[in-house]
Design a protein around this ligand. Sequence first.
Ligand code: HEM
Length: 581
Amino acid sequence: MDPTSSLTQTVVAKAHEAVGLAASLLDTISDPKLLSLQDAVSNTSEAYSSVQSPYWDWILSTILKMWHLYAPKVLEVAARVSPPWFISIPLLLLSVPLIGYIIYQLYFHPLAKYPGPLWAKLSGSRRGYHAWLGDLHYDMWKCHQKYDIYSHGKNMQKSLPYLVMVHNTPSTFTLIDKKEHAWKKRILSQKFSDSAIRSYEPKVLTLVDRLCDVLCPRPSENDSGESAIPQTKSVWSEPFNMATWCDNLFFDLMTTVVFGECFDLIRSPWYRYVPEALARSNQRVSVIVQWPMIAFRRLDKKLFKDSVHGRKEFLRFVHNLVTDRLTRGAGKGDVFSGLLDALDPTTGNKLSRDEIVAESILMIVAGSDTSSTLLSSIFFYLAKDPQKKERLVKEIRSCFPTRDDIHLGEKLNSCRYLQACISECLRLAPPVASAPFREVSPGGAVVDGHYLPAGANVGTGIYSIQHNEQYFPHPFEFIPERWLEKENPYGINQTEAHVPFSIGPRACLGKSLAVTEVSLLMAYICWMLDFEIAESLKDVGGGTKNGRHGRHRPGEYQLYDHITSARNGPWIKFRRRGLEF
Ligand code: HEM
């Protein structure tokens, strides 16, 4: 057999196979049920927007199907002619739809006029790649332009990629239906009202006391365990990785508040695998959210085996927890009892087990990791700036004469510098750092004078807007004073660009809980303990001078953005405060 003809047949067969695969892929992603997985025709503008165009998918898939049907004949003819034609004819035919796709994306797509990286205009893989690295927030920051997408009354809904996060049934976070979302959010809101939060205070104080004991054990006889201050300062403790310890603390806190059960990660290593499994699981999910195509033929599961394992571990834990809690029944005043009592206003039915599991997962994911990022970033920035730390410590210790005076309420709210530090850390290290995407509903929407067609996915990067120099001069510097009316060195009203909890109907439900908890915890720790950075590990947590993709600032707390944010450090050592302060 002529070797050229055998090679031709192999090329032909492979090309045919590839086209078949592409056609079935397009079939899959054009299926309305799987539209959440459709990303082949995304277009990313400077505002990091993407649009889904079912028509174009249909055209492209029809071309490919025709090619698949008639290719054997065409290729047969190609095989009879001599090189280079046997290669160029199939290539030419294959490239027609491809070139058509590229031209459409670059020139005729409804969002084509927006400037943005070429790769992002052609495929969602750029977002997937950065989601994998965990630096999507840096990438968005580079591409950023400011638009308002989130307010009430905008013709927007949660975008379809959120469905990737669904386990059996959507939660308040992932629900797209506005009516259903509204009633579920109403149920949960009752458990996050000011009075409900006040009722959680004793639990928060017990846990922070426990944490202080681990970070720096009591110096026995001098501290009776009540509000006494030791006569002398104790010695410095070994260093603690505050990313991990804040994770442990907030995991305990959320399970206590939501399920009335504390797994005591602070004192016992038994359940410490759970937040760690969740962090691993989030990496794969964040890549699929940004680039749904990666889930085609379960490629994601092959690439992120460890992540899949983490998800299984985490879900097993939640299912066991829910089963256990259901056996014990309602009546503990925790969030779970609110879910058990809730009735659907239309059907009068109670929430199903799947719905309760979905909300439980949401509470743990949304409530623990985020607040932990906030607290660990406060440690990072304060420990790196001893003067600002001293100012905060002074404010707390002079406001509260004894430890037992530390409670939620007016006095704590009057600690302005504490609030300023919290706002500044939420700005610098937003726990949800990249863009919460919204999909334009039928009829389209006008944002900042630009028309956006139905189906477009648009979002504003939270990290991006909060590092915009126009609103926050010296955006990468820790300057709590910018939040103090009388000391703001820039005189710019920056509140509208400060959106760590997002805004509008899908804004964070746990904002008050998170800020109140962190204020209370920080006040308590500052009152009880002195802390400073561990010199030998002082660089952990910051960027490195030759770091890529924005990770080049040693003074910036590094977030690894996988839906919520993973972190490492800072390493802090503690000692009990003494009377000589
Ligand atoms: C510093 C801490 C926190 C930050 C910065 C934060 C931030 C956010 C952001 C930006 C969103 C919108 C995300 C999106 O649309 O994709 C959100 C939603 C949400 N957060 Fe938080 N969060 C924090 C703590 C909490 C806590 C403690 C809870 C309580 C369990 C909570 C519960 C929720 C819920 C239920 C939603 C979904 C709201 C909806 O879709 O209507 N969050 N959060």
